[in-house]
Design a protein around this ligand. Sequence first.
Ligand SMILES: CC(=O)[C@@H](O)[C@H](O)COP(=O)(O)O
Ligand SMILES: NCC(=O)COP(=O)(O)O
Length: 243
Amino acid sequence: MTKLSVNINKIATLRNARGHNRPNLLQAARDIERFGAQGITVHPRPDERHIRYQDVRDLKAVVSTELNVEGNPTPDFLDLVREVRPEQVTLVPDAPDAITSNAGWNTVQHQDYLRSIVADLKSLGCRVSIFLDPVPELVQAAATTGTDRIELYTEDYARHYHAGPEAALRPYREAAAVARQLGLGLNAGHDLDLDNLAYMHHNLPGLQEVSIGHALVCDALYLGLENTVQLYRRCLSGLKSEK
Ligand SMILES: CC(=O)[C@@H](O)[C@H](O)COP(=O)(O)O
Ligand SMILES: NCC(=O)COP(=O)(O)O
């Protein structure tokens, strides 16, 4: 089964636009779980432009599925996850001023650094995932860090999906096969949506979790949050998804 973890960054963006508590992020997380999500993902950034560090602390107390916290393991980020101990930490090498995640780890170059971070996080009881491009050498180097899973960075898949899904997914299938041989778990995310998700799910064996935020929150403006979460779940179930 491929689990749906909903990234609620953009709900926090909307809240922060007015400085009050509407929409209520914690209530949204509870509702998203009630509507069928199997996890909640957040990616606190150093400028706290959407998810604030305090949100992560508060979410830990209300999320009843799995909390996945993404980010670059800076000292502040590591202090936060040491305190909160989410079920999963996804390491993403974003620059502080990145508009959104725009690259995966070079696991070959940063192998030793990642190995020590992974060991630290695993000692807290967190599952660890490393965000990377679908390149076999990067998957092999990730495996040497001791990480539990990798998260394949799916922006390229999403960008090329409409020109030809099979070609767009090919590098991901190859990377997933290497991950499988090495005993690594498999997550995927970035720019997944109602058009491209079902094809990925049906054609990428072993996919354990997708984290989806931007498109899902945009869809919810038109379709409603409950309906939208269920449509995304349907893409992961084998049933055909009609909007
Ligand atoms: C890791 C990743 O792929 C990102 O998509 C991310 O978590 C989203 O971040 P923003 O919501 O800041 O664009
Ligand atoms: N890890 C990817 C994620 O959490 C959400 O990415 P996006 O759907 O907002 O592009």
